[in-house]
Design a protein around this ligand. Structure first.
Ligand SMILES: [Zn+2]
Length: 533
């Protein structure tokens, strides 16, 4: 039985960019577009040429794609002008995009309140715009803004807006849930009704996530007939976001009600790149990835409880809905107070420590983890610190840089600026090195003290040059008798792999220092740096 084709339309660079705090450079846009093309999406909406200089310039780059069509976004022509004479429309033609997606109103309330024109004028704007682009041999899509709200309010008028574009030869009519308030059962019902008038093979869905149902609404729309799916990487989008393609794409491949019926332009083996694609966007946005994203989040296949872990080890299907490797993700066995011996053994296997199950060192490590958790350590999110602890007990971590003393001070100067200075005494191969640095906080100052003196760290310089602190988090814990501080540090390097370390102390600077030293040690260990003599 031949499968039906689903078309994937990514709007990260256009609708995703509407998000508060998101402002892509041309270079960012190019990186994201190339990742999407490599993945194999059908359409990449690059932006709104003519509306802002970055988008205009992005289209002028004329990027060559292997799989995707670059799509330009714009608005239907203005009332009282011909399409030939509308500068917005001309800018889209000048963009050289092969497909055009024009947004227009389909809710009579908006036609009246937002545009202040008559319903007939709006219909004319839609049909004249469609006619113009089709005459110019562009693949044309009509984004029916607020379609679901419009349909609920005045179904006849909402449908006439769609037909105004479809009658001119629009390839796609995209049904938008712009305010994101529609629920899956309503989407099913409305799409079924619409598809009696316009064939499903010409319909698309654009869902916003304001009720947490953007993905569910998209799936409901597909089952009711639509064949184009719009969304963004990680669900990036204003308010609560757009439909998340990183959830939808694996669903099309890995859930049989979809995989038996549909195919896409994406090569099945390329869905392994989804996790990487998701992380790339976070990296560009300089955001900490959301660990709890379905399929691609770091916690999506994390197991903590002892019983869960021993079951997962017998057969991962016991607590996993798919194999994480199918989407390029990994299983993560979390070590915690609840964990038994099976957790520790499994965690050791994951990091590649080969040790016999009855080795007394396992018991020692378990006790050490429990003791540390008692005083406030938590290795759930601190993989690198756990690995160092485990390997130290097994005897695999050499001594690298010793830090014998440090001194940190915080000062507010006459202009009100707060400056931290740090001084640390390091030792490499028996030689003492005094490092000094300044920063906007004590950890930053300590980090800078080491970083400013990297060239003096002899054989370790080359290993630490690309080390970067990405995130720093402090939590004050009450352990009963006294308050202790837990500091977590996220680090990265030129290879792009992030690691997490932790430090606990009654003193915030000491806790920070411990987490920082673990970060340095971990970097030296994973890069196979030699021991200090
Ligand atoms: Zn939108």
């Amino acid at each position: 039985m031949s499968k039906e084709r689903l078309y994937i339309f990514d709007t990260t660079l256009r609708d995703g960019e509407q998000t508060q705090g998101v402002d892509f450079s041309i270079d960012d846009k190019e990186k994201i577009a190339l990742a999407l093309d490599t993945l194999g999406v059908d359409y990449i909406e690059g932006g709104w040429p003519g509306a802002n200089p970055t988008d205009t310039e992005f289209f002028q780059k004329k990027l060559k794609f292997k799989n995707s069509k670059l799509t330009a976004f714009g608005m239907t022509k203005r009332t009282g002008r011909s399409a030939d004479n509308d500068p917005g429309i001309s800018a889209l033609l000048d963009s050289n995009a092969s497909s055009i997606c024009l947004v227009g109103k389909s809710w009579d309330f908006h036609v009246d309140v937002a545009l202040g024109i008559t319903n007939d004028e709006n219909l004319e704007n839609i049909s004249e715009s469609a006619k113009h682009f089709i005459k110019e041999k562009k693949e044309f899509m009509f984004d029916a803004e607020h379609f679901f709200d419009g349909y609920k309010n005045n179904p006849k008028y909402a449908l006439s807006c769609l037909k105004a574009a479809y009658a001119q030869g629009a390839r796609w009519i995209v049904l938008c849930d712009t305010n994101g308030g529609t629920l899956p059962h309503e989407v099913s019902k409305i799409v079924s009704e619409v598809s009696k008038q316009i064939p499903g093979k010409n319909l698309g869905i654009h869902a916003h996530n304001d009720t947490g149902n953007a993905v569910a609404n998209t799936l409901a729309a597909i089952l009711a007939g639509v064949r184009q799916v719009q969304g963004t990487i990680n669900g990036l989008g204003e308010r609560c976001g757009n439909a998340n393609l990183m959830s939808l794409i694996p669903t099309f491949f890995l859930k049989k009600d979809f995989s038996n019926k549909f195919e896409t332009n994406i090569n099945p083996r390329d869905i392994k790149n989804l996790t990487q694609c998701s992380r790339l966007l976070d990296e560009i946005l300089n955001r900490k990835p959301n660990q709890h994203l379905p399929y691609v989040g770091a916690a999506a296949f994390s197991h903590k409880g002892g019983l869960h872990v021993s079951a997962v080890q017998k057969d991962p299907k016991t607590y996993e809905h798919i194999n994480p490797e199918e989407v390029g993700n990994t299983r993560n066995i979390v070590v915690s107070d609840q964990a038994g011996k099976s957790n520790i053994i499994s965690r050791l296997k994951t990091i590649g420590v080969n040790i016999k199950e009855n080795d007394p060192k396992i018991k020692k490590l378990l006790e050490e983890v429990k003791d540390r958790e008692f005083i406030g350590y938590s290795y759930d999110g601190a993989d690198a610190s756990f690995e160092l602890l485990a390997r130290r007990i097994v005897g695999e971590i050499p001594r690298y840089i010793s830090i014998s003393e440090y001194d940190v001070s915080v000062k507010k100067n006459a202009t009100g600026k707060i400056i931290s200075t740090a001084k640390a005494q390091l030792e490499v191969d028996g030689e003492k090195i005094v490092c000094e640095g300044e920063g906007n906080g004590p950890v930053n100052a300590l980090d800078n003290a080491i970083r400013n003196n990297i060239d003096r760290l002899a054989k370790y310089s080359k290993y630490l040059k690309d080390l970067k602190l990405v995130d720093y988090k402090v939590r004050i814990l009450n352990t009963g008798t006294e308050a202790v501080t837990r500091v977590s540090i996220e680090s990265t390097d030129a290879k792009g792999k992030n690691w997490f370390t932790i430090g606990v102390s009654t003193n915030i600077i000491d806790a920070s220092f411990k987490a920082l030293v673990d970060s340095l040690d971990y970097k030296l260990f994973k890069d196979n740096a030699p021991a200090s003599s």
